[in-house]
Ligand binder design. Structure first.
Ligand code: MN
Length: 328
């Protein structure tokens, strides 16, 4: 099913891999898995992340993470591959230019429901729990021998984290099949689940105490919201990356259907993370504000004062919650 991409991969010598801004475990996992796999096939591979973008501490558990941005971009690559990037803006301004100007052929591997095409070739499977799930099938069909423990570990990292530890709606029979085949390579799945999905730093724990104690609920507790202000970050010595996962505590409340995390990133600019349960499609709300993602996990940016942003988000969320209740 991937013959055209397979043929292309065999014919190239130099490859540049591109990650998305604010990289998560699926993005880093798919990039490092692709890096090791192609290196095992004898290709020359560079991995790029937009300058000044931060990689979360817990991702340093992944093999070969030090090669990210180890080289500056060369003037010419046979192939450029974007991983887990749903739109060109997700690459960051500088890296989008490198992909556009320095790569002869461009491919994208992605699994986002809302996707805007920006490469010559697109491998998009929106039913896949993670980008790494697609990559595993591709690697297996292409040259199984080049999959080793490091490749399997990076693939599993994306799988466990993007599937919400195999609990989101996107987790399918295929997800479990891929997981079991990866574990057969000797992947330490207990360690990956703990470090990538469950564990938090002491400072991030304090940040969560602060914001969760101020959580607000609407629509008979079906909608829950937490907000992170500059002040919250300052008093707990934390940053944007430390907000990751805190919203899950809210969606885990029995009554909650939709949980929002609203993070102040600059004046009048807020990053919103949405988490939902079951069939409630949070990405519809994210798309309304120009963002996107998956049914149970999505994101967007909303502009305006804190009150305006809250007002807008609450009213759109209420609309979708009422619509969902009507259809039950
Ligand atoms: Mn992903």
């Amino acid at each position: 099913m991937y013959e055209h991409v397979t043929k292309l991969l065999y014919s190239v010598e130099s490859v540049a891999l591109f990650m998305h801004i604010n990289p998560d475990a699926d993005c880093v996992g798919s990039s490092l898995a692709m890096y090791k796999y192609l290196t095992n096939l004898g290709k020359k591979v560079d991995v790029f992340l937009e300058p000044f973008e931060e990689i979360r501490d817990n991702l340093y558990i992944l093999p070969n993470i030090e090669i990210i941005n180890a080289n500056s971009p060369a003037s010419n690559y046979d192939l450029g591959i974007a991983l887990d990037c749903a739109s060109p803006t997700r690459l960051g301004k500088k890296m989008l230019k490198v992909l556009e100007n320095c790569c002869e052929i461009k491919i994208s591997f992605d699994h986002h429901k809302s996707y805007s095409k920006f490469t010559d070739i697109l491998v998009l499977e929106s039913n896949s729990a993670s980008t790494t799930q697609i990559l595993y099938k591709f690697f297996k069909e292409n040259d199984k021998e080049a999959i080793d423990l490091e490749v399997a570990t990076c693939l599993y990292a994306g799988l466990v984290s993007d599937s919400g530890n195999f609990s989101y709606n996107s987790t399918t029979v295929e997800t479990f099949e891929v997981a079991s085949e990866l574990i057969a390579y000797g992947v330490d799945h207990t360690l990956l689940a703990r470090v990538l999905y469950l564990e938090t730093s002491y400072n991030a724990f304090n940040l969560s105490l602060r914001v969760l104690s101020n959580a607000i609920f609407h629509c008979d507790k079906k909608l829950a919201i937490i907000t992170f202000s500059f002040d919250d970050f300052k008093s707990t010595s934390t940053k944007l990356v430390d907000t990751e996962g805190i919203v899950n505590s809210l969606v885990n409340v029995k009554e909650v259907l939709l949980a929002l995390s609203i993070v102040e990133i600059s004046n009048n600019e807020f990053k919103v993370g949405l988490r939902s349960k079951g069939n409630f499609d949070s990405s519809l709300i994210a798309e309304y504000f120009g963002g996107g993602g998956h049914k149970n996990a999505s994101g967007c940016k909303v502009f305006g004062s804190k009150l305006e942003v809250l007002d807008k988000l609450v009213s759109i969320s209420k609309y979708y919650i009422e619509k969902y209740d009507e259809n039950l």
